[in-house]
Design a protein around this ligand. Sequence first.
Ligand code: SF4
Ligand code: SF4
Length: 174
Amino acid sequence: MGGEGFTEEVIRLAGEEIRTCIQCGTCSSSCSTAHLMDNSIRKLIRLVLEGRKREALASDSIWLCTSCLLCTVRCPRGIRPKAVVSALRQICEREGIRSKDASFERIFMDQIRSSGRISEVLLSAAYALRNPDAAVPIMEMGIELLSRGKVSLDPGSVSGMDEIQRIFREFENE
Ligand code: SF4
Ligand code: SF4
């Protein structure tokens, strides 16, 4: 699949409206894990539209998306950036490409298992500890988000932890 075929395949999987992207950056400025990503979701869409398959599929951003859907809710063009991420994951899986760094997925799952939800602060801190190169930008972004009240130090709690633990046990026994 060449550059043009790649663009068309992502559009087929994620929607024609991708062609109307104006690169406004609303998606990436809403993105809860933008500070961890090598390419913002806005740039990922540009790579797709320009047929830059190798760069797009090599981006760790594909694996750092938490499916929060803020990008999708806020895009002024009705584009679904999360669907673009899903399309890229699908193409990666088809072509045998996996995340270079599985630490984010592990931290994410550990938090869900222990408290049933994600704390952006704890998630970012744990990721920074395992990835010292990313620590400075993560800290800068964290301080800014905390000062604006966009993230909380208290992740809160959820009900139904028994059910969450049961789901984990079932997956582990598969
Ligand atoms: S918010 Fe929509 S239009 Fe703006 S850069 Fe993101 S995908 Fe493109
Ligand atoms: S769905 Fe993924 S790409 Fe979109 S804002 Fe959430 S984490 Fe970012």
